[in-house]
Write a protein that binds this ligand. Structure first.
Ligand code: C2E
Ligand code: CA
Ligand code: CA
Length: 709
């Protein structure tokens, strides 16, 4: 009698991701494998010595020989199938013939034949000694257990054979077959449990239905084989048909299961499988060494939209490959999955999960940034990573864990190309933000988004030469909201474009009115990084300019350095398009991100805005002063206009003026004000320390002398 059909023959393996987890010490697996192996082999040897196959009477040699041959062939033609998230499990038809021999006996014959078959199979697959020993031993133990049940129920001697199968042996044979299959599965499940650090019982009961179906039928065909061979050995091949059908069904079922748990494009585990693995991991490691990393690509949709789905697919496959490579390099257990679209996830078991996850995330961000080629296209991808770990607070369940990682990812997205570890405080904030989401859609329809204008004055004359448009949300319940609470929400739900268009329209309408009144002022509008992939943007802005009759030169778009860094060409194409129309380009928060001089030149930038964090403290020798001076010098060397924002004191203004800064913006002159107040402010002079308290105090500017060119 012999091996499990469809049945349990996972072997101890050293596949990545199946290492000894913290549940079991490292020596447990080899001890167990060699223990079972040696025990089984010794017991089998004793049986063969005490009662060799040839010493016992029983069924005719021809019949036994044919059954043994079918068993060996079945064993050697076993087909490995992928089962869910586990590696290949061979489906073998040998079970049926093993069960027949289990009933017909003698015991030593089955032990010998089965050991021979398994050894041949191991040899062919070049398995390691520990695997060979374990396989031989575990089958011997399973056979001995099956035979014990058989002789207990049937009353037939433990060692000897029966001359022919009859119906009286049916019950005993079925019970013996099932015992054989179950013991076999239990012994193998224990190896898998020890290897992956998961509870052994969980492994045993895993896919119980699948196993019962396959073993059940193959075991049930065992008595039929014993009966048929007694009638005529020539009829036995007929029995192969149902046996092969069972094998095929098992294969198809396994294949289908595999497909349902994997992403067809990348071959990675899919969301279902990832959740399943996460659930198991939380059970065994949730309290300590577990980390979940959620990865989302920036601008993937645009790649798909502009370069086509083939390029998108190539990109996803390459990213999957890089993630797998990054995971494989680690000593720790790291599993990769594609959750859908451009979202990937990693599950890691490590001693210091937080540190490990951050390190892995930074490596991954670096890996993904390396250019990816797809045909003639060369792309560089930025991604954001949201992390949650069991450090500090244990991970409780799949839903909460994924939600935490999601929130961290949201934070990371907000900051662009960064990894963020979940912290509980983020929860309330995020919930608040998420609550805003449905409101924001309504707000845009209901005109609740207002535009405030903050003047920028000429540093020398104090004349208001431009305004920066800043969005405000008049929330019906929460009052006036600042952009930091809703710009991120708008970005994440695709409303940023509509929001920006609304700000642009109001700004250009205002500028048109001011210019009509004879005030030569410009307006600066902030463009979020998200928008720099919207290839329709230049076109839309051109239309707005035409509708309002504002010359392109009167519009400045402010973008941050980092929003230019993603190599997706769209950003540059869009900005160059705007530049070609005559729109001014300003780099906002300059000095806080990364950009190169080359980039400034390539994009033909007009203006640098010194970030307000540097302007805050301009005392001589301070960090801020040093940076402000460098930026002004740099800007002037490149022929750019330099604007300082966040100017709050006259001393700061004086210092900036000394350094040669061209324009000043800040509370010293005016906070962002609504349209009505802005109407009063443009065309006036705003002097330091004379911050206009009332409109009456404003000094009307002299009409600007025209400069002859
Ligand atoms: P930003 O572009 O750096 O805008 C300047 C921010 O500094 C404004 O904050 C302004 O109110 C504030 N500010 C002005 N003067 C002073 C000062 O003297 N001292 C200090 N401490 N702060 C000053 P606000 O309006 O809250 O805007 C915050 C950010 O939100 C803006 O930063 C901009 O990045 C973004 N934002 C605002 N409106 C829009 C918009 O329509 N679209 C997009 N994409 N982003 C926007
Ligand atoms: Ca700005
Ligand atoms: Ca700024």
């Amino acid at each position: 009698m012999s091996a499990g059909g469809g049945a349990p023959r996972r072997r101890p393996r050293s596949r990545r991701g199946e290492r000894t987890g913290p549940l079991h010490p490292a020596w447990a697996l080899p001890l167990y494998a060699y223990g079972v192996g040696v025990l089984g082999v010794v017991a089998a040897a004793v049986v063969v010595v005490v009662s060799p196959p040839w010493s016992e009477g029983g069924a005719p040699v021809l019949q036994l020989g044919v059954l043994a041959a079918f068993l060996v062939v079945g064993e050697l033609t076993s087909v490995p199938v992928m089962r869910g998230d586990r590696a290949a499990e061979p489906v073998t038809t040998s079970t049926t013939f093993a069960v027949a021999l289990l009933a017909l006996g003698p015991l030593s014959l089955l032990l010998l034949v089965h050991t021979l078959a398994v050894a041949l199979d191991d040899l062919r697959a070049r398995r390691r000694p520990i695997q060979v020993v374990f396989n031989a031993g575990q089958y011997a133990v399973s056979i001995l257990a099956g035979r014990a049940v058989f002789s207990l129920i049937s009353g037939v001697g433990f060692l000897g054979g029966v001359p022919a199968f009859d119906a009286g042996l049916l019950l005993a044979t079925l019970a013996a077959g099932l015992t054989f299959a179950i013991v076999n599965d239990a012994l193998v499940s224990a190896v898998a449990g020890l290897a992956t650090g998961q509870p052994i019982t969980a492994m045993l009961f895993d896919d119980l239905l699948f196993k019962l179906e396959t073993y059940g039928v193959l075991v049930a065909l065992g008595p039929v084989a014993a009966l048929v061979v007694g009638t005529s050995v020539l009829m036995l091949p007929l029995l192969l048909l149902p046996v092969l059908a069972v094998r095929r069904t098992a294969q198809v079922a396994a294949l289908r299961e595999h497909q349902s748990l994997h992403d067809p494009l990348t071959g990675l585990a899919n969301r279902t499988l990832f959740r399943r693995r996460l659930e198991r991991a939380i059970d065994s490691h949730g309290a300590r060494g577990l980390a979940v990393l959620m990865i989302d690509l920036d601008h993937f949709k645009d790649v798909n939209d502009t370069l086509g789905h083939d390029v998108g697919d190539d990109l996803l496959r390459e990213i999957a490959r890089r993630l797998e490579a990054a995971a494989a390099q680690r000593e720790e257990q790291v599993e990769v999955a594609r959750l859908g679209g451009d979202e990937f996830a990693l599950l890691a078991v490590a001693d210091h999960p937080r540190l490990f996850a951050l390190d892995l995330a930074s490596e991954i961000l670096g890996d993904l940034a390396r250019p990816i080629e797809s045909g003639p296209t060369r792309l560089s991808i930025q991604a954001s990573v949201g992390i949650t770990t069991s450090e500090g607070t244990p991970l409780l369940d799949v839903r909460t864990t994924l939600r935490q990682a999601d929130i961290a990812l949201y934070e990371a997205k907000h900051e662009r190309a960064r990894a963020v570890v979940f912290h509980p405080a983020a929860l309330t904030e995020s919930v608040d933000r998420l609550r805003l989401l449905p409101d924001l859609r309504e707000a845009l329809d209901d005109d609740q988004i207002r535009t405030a204008f903050q003047p920028q004055v000429d540093a020398v004359t104090g004349r208001v030469v431009a305004v920066e448009a800043l969005a405000r949300w008049e929330h019906p319940a929460q009052g006036s909201l600042l952009p930091e609470t809703f710009i991120g929400v708008a970005e994440s739900c695709g409303l940023i474009s509509a929001l920006t268009v609304s700000v642009l329209r109001r700004s250009l309408e205002a500028v048109a009115a001011w210019r009509c009144a004879g005030h030569d002022v410009g307006v600066a509008v902030n463009l979020s990084a998200r928008l720099l992939s919207d290839l329709a943007l230049p076109e839309r802005i051109a239309r707005l300019l035409a509708e309002t009759g504002v010359p392109a030169e009167a519009l400045t778009v402010e973008v941050t350095e980092n929003s230019l860094m993603s190599d997706v060409r769209a950003a540059r194409t869009i900005l160059r398009g705007l530049r070609d129309m005559g729109v001014r380009l300003s780099i906002d928060d300059f000095g806080t991100g990364y950009s190169s001089l080359l980039l400034l030149q390539q994009l033909d930038v007009d203006e640098l805005k010194i970030d307000k964090s540097f302007v805050e403290d301009l005392t001589p020798g301070s960090h801020g002063e040093y940076l402000a001076r460098s930026i002004i010098e740099l800007g002037h060397n490149l022929g750019l206009c330099v604007v300082a924002e966040g100017v709050e004191s006259a001393a700061t203004a004086a210092r900036l003026r000394e350094l040669g800064c061209d324009r000043l913006q800040g509370f010293l002159y005016a906070p962002p004000v609504d349209r009505g107040e802005a109407d009063q402010l443009v065309g006036t002079l705003l002097r330091d320390g004379q911050r206009a308290a009332t409109v009456d105090e404003l000094i009307p500017a002299e009409p600007r002398p025209r400069v002859a060119v």
